[in-house]
Design a protein around this ligand. Sequence first.
Ligand code: PHE
Length: 338
Amino acid sequence: MKAELQAIQAEALAALKDVKTPDMLESLRITYFGRRGKLTEVMKGMGKLSKEERPEIGKLANEVRARLTAAFEETTQTLHRQQQEQQLAAESVDITLPGRKPAYGKAHPVMQTLERIEAIFRQMGFEVVTGPDIETEYYNFDALNTPADHPARDLHDTFYLTDGHLLRTHTSPVQIRAMENQKPPVRIIVPGKCYRVDYDVSHTPMFHQVEGLLVDKHATFSELKGILTSFARQMFGDKTQMRFRPHFFPFTEPSAEVDISCAVCQGKGCRSCGGTGWVEILGAGAVDPAVFEAVNYDPDEVTGFAFGMGVERIANLQFHIPDIRTLYESDLRFLRQF
Ligand code: PHE
């Protein structure tokens, strides 16, 4: 029995040296310490020993068990440490590598310009309101005093939908909606998308306008000029000049087209302004009495003025972009410049 114990110890210690995984260790533990394990069986046989043999063999058996228990424990620790080291090695980070640059998104140049326009008018006391892109002929044309035979209503210029609906050709219909919803005074701007059948260096089928409307007991044309001049100087600099050219819009009378001195060449004449030194940025005028009648405002009680500006046109001047279409080609090399 003594020899048997010594053999078990030697064999177990040797086997432990080859253990590589927790599974192997566990099966080895069962081989020696399990219910039918080799060491367990020997211990069970102790009862059959004679009185003389028992102390000596018992002592040896206890020693072997203690020795093996310690060896198993040590192997357990070793495996655990190895496993941790492997994990650390696998998860190690090379802190000398350069970092990944976060890709920041930015507002589209048209949106940047739109936000700036809104900020300038807000600070002059205008409220920002919006309206639907899909309009009825009534709001887009009729209520704005635009007769059925007006060329702007032509199929060639307007995207018509079904049932008398269309994609609004300007933001002016929101003038009507706003006045239907509130009593004077009105002091609003309306940013939004507009649509026309048009495509060349200065036109895209979808574009943005900012409409302005001011209605009060004594709103005057000089007030309109003051507000627009203040806007243009804040937008393009103190030296910006403005000129009002007589024009016609069905919904304003009198009407004007408004040019500013070219922000690219300071009025000297360049490609952006076609050599004239002036660039048209908006249409404006005093609200026509027929428009007031359409919204049940009394034209004898109130006066008003309105304007509508092209946002892409203004963005082009601000950022010196020669072709308006590049704004909507989604070319990142272009967009990243802003
Ligand atoms: N709606 C006109 C256009 O799109 C601009 C405008 C607005 C003119 C308000 C006068 C008053 O051209």
